[in-house]
Design a protein around this ligand. Sequence first.
Ligand SMILES: Cc1cc2nc3c(=O)[nH]c(=O)nc-3n(C[C@H](O)[C@H](O)[C@H](O)COP(=O)(O)OP(=O)(O)OC[C@H]3O[C@@H](n4cnc5c(N)ncnc54)[C@H](O)[C@@H]3O)c2cc1C
Length: 295
Amino acid sequence: MFFRLLSAVRRQRPGRGWRNWSSGRSGVSASEAHSVALPTQAQVVICGGGIMGTSVAYHLSKMGWKDIVLLEQGRLAAGSTRFCAGILSTARHLTIEQKMADYSNKLYHQLEQETGIQTGYIRTGSVFLAQTQDRLISLKRINSRLNVIGIPSEIISPKKVAELHPLLNVHDLVGAMHVPEDAVVSSADVALALASAASQNGVQIYDRTSVLHVMVKKGQVTGVETDKGQIECQYFVNCAGQLLWMLTEGFISGTGRVASCLGALRRTRSPSSLRARTSWRFRICRKTGITLSPC
Ligand SMILES: Cc1cc2nc3c(=O)[nH]c(=O)nc-3n(C[C@H](O)[C@H](O)[C@H](O)COP(=O)(O)OP(=O)(O)OC[C@H]3O[C@@H](n4cnc5c(N)ncnc54)[C@H](O)[C@@H]3O)c2cc1C
């Protein structure tokens, strides 16, 4: 898998801001790559080069944000993102999650064309089985919500399930829901494609660079301390995955220019409004920056 990631990146032309990775590709030794100097200032520092961090970098740069630095302590997409099964399912209970998944599905569908990096996107469709009437009612509710927001799906009979998947035993089924546009991707490759596009848009990406500490003054982020030096910044986006809490614990206040992204970012009304799975709500806004408030 990792070799596949490397070869995927090798196929891609390095972007303007692709630092250690581009050095590695051109045959420069690891020690030389490590000697690449970090900038001392940035508008936004993103910590974590998983699907979350690369997605934030991609979207901020697309929205016109400048001077963004992404820091990854190891290799890009080598955290949880590397182990993800890559199932892109829109069949979720909350409409906001359905919209988010639908947005991701559409984005990933065209990402390969946009970046030239293979993302492993395959529109497989998905079938959700019901063995009880209660489960079928639950699926019918999800089906209605999907249809309301324009995502094709239908409730199907066990006979139709057998036609779609002849190897399935359908004798104990009372029905099922079919979502034909659901897909699978290689999440690590998607992260690399997002990073590549972000890099082309000017985001500076440094792997093998750890954020050690987030500097805060009067409740506001002023910068980050890394193992390669300090970077002053106005905004810090914490996409450190499972290690996220280690960086922000103890200084998150009611409002502040810091955002923590755990699990999937959930879109709210617009692409610029993001919601974390934690109990903190945050918003990335062009004028006021990233703000955070308790839900
Ligand atoms: C087995 C498995 C199957 C899954 N299947 C699915 C699925 O089918 N569909 C789905 O939607 N989701 C699935 N998930 C969940 C999905 O993989 C995760 O939600 C997602 O990958 C999280 O991405 P992330 O960017 O937040 O975290 P990560 O990918 O872990 O990225 C965080 C990055 O931050 C870096 N980092 C941490 N601390 C620092 C620091 N101090 N300085 C610099 N860098 C730092 C880490 O090195 C890491 O690369 C699955 C997860 C697993 C484990």
